[in-house]
Design a protein around this ligand. Structure first.
Ligand SMILES: [Zn+2]
Ligand SMILES: [Zn+2]
Length: 304
């Protein structure tokens, strides 16, 4: 056997490649994540402490409010601006060169369109025509329509701008989650939104031999335990109206908990360890087929 060069493949890239091999329909998205996610994992912003006291945190959580709600969030727009420029460059590089300025293969078209849109956003940022601080404040507040308006005013691709801003916010959210996690203490949080950032609960984990149920926030990476036989959306514990849907052939790995009282669902994966925060977007993508299974039967991700 010939000597093989042992290249170290980034673990995120390795996971994405094996996922795309098993599910070719995810190949395009996996390719984008291959360039974006290692960058997001490695970037570190200097994030000042939020200064939420233990008592304030307790009061908020007991009132059912996520810790970041109504908190003053100090956002330095320099590092995220540089990150968006870098991400845009990566997306530009993903387009096949022959397709960028001439007519490429039809399957190259989405990558070419995305590259052109990314370049327009990068150029606007580099010439300081976009107010990144303002856009980031909109992104943190989930104000997608204002971001759309800002994009349209400058004739930019609004969906791509939103996506890039979401990526650029992640290092802040991950730092805040690291700061605030100890404040949950022994308090219970049985909601379908994240106790740190208020993001929707869209991934459940059944962990270890005890099948302990946890919910994960894909935005900030938070992790909280919930009751296994209880709907996270409406609190229903009636086994007559709570059930599971399973994907064909992968029952041991995945399932969807569905509730006939509120029509909500939660995608659940079995895992021995908690998914590391930097892998949550990958697992979110890997579970896309579970959305199709649940939605085909009339269930929805969020019921609020
Ligand atoms: Zn969160
Ligand atoms: Zn329910």
């Amino acid at each position: 056997m010939a000597n093989q060069t042992r290249e170290t493949v980034d673990p995120i890239v390795a996971r994405l490649r094996s996922m795309a091999q098993a599910a070719p329909e995810l190949r395009t998205a996996a390719r984008v994540y291959e360039t974006v996610l290692p960058l997001l994992r490695d970037v570190k912003y200097a994030v000042p402490p939020l200064g939420i006291s233990k008592d304030e945190a307790r009061a908020k959580l007991q009132a059912g409010q996520p810790l970041l709600s109504d908190a003053a969030l100090p956002i330095d727009d320099g590092p995220p601006r540089r990150l968006i420029i870098e991400l845009a460059e990566q997306l530009e590089n993903l387009a096949p060169k022959r397709g960028l300025w001439s007519r490429g293969e039809p399957e190259d078209q989405p990558a070419v369109t995305r590259a052109v849109a990314a370049r327009q956003i990068r150029v606007e940022l580099e010439s300081n025509k976009l107010n990144v601080g303002q856009l980031l404040a909109m992104a943190t507040g989930g104000d997608r329509s204002s971001i759309r308006a800002a994009a349209e005013e400058r004739q930019l691709n609004a969906d791509l701008l939103w996506t890039l801003l979401q990526f650029a916010m992640r290092p802040f959210f991950h730092a805040w989650r690291e700061q605030l996690t100890p404040l949950l203490g022994d308090l219970e949080w049985n909601q379908a939104r994240c106790y740190v950032c208020g993001g929707d609960a869209i991934i459940g984990e059944l962990r270890g031999n005890e099948q302990a149920a946890h919910v994960r926030c894909v935005l900030c990476g938070a992790d909280w335990s919930v009751l296994r036989l209880r709907c996270v959306h409406c609190g229903n514990e009636d086994h007559n109206t709570l059930s599971y849907l399973y994907p064909e052939g992968r029952r041991e790995k995945w399932r969807v908990q569905v509730c006939d009282r509120c029509k909500g669902y939660l995608r659940i994966q079995a895992s021995f360890e908690p998914t590391r925060p930097e892998f949550l977007l990958v697992e979110d993508l890997a579970m896309l087929h579970l959305d199709a299974i649940a939605q085909a039967q009339g269930y929805t991700r969020t019921t609020a």
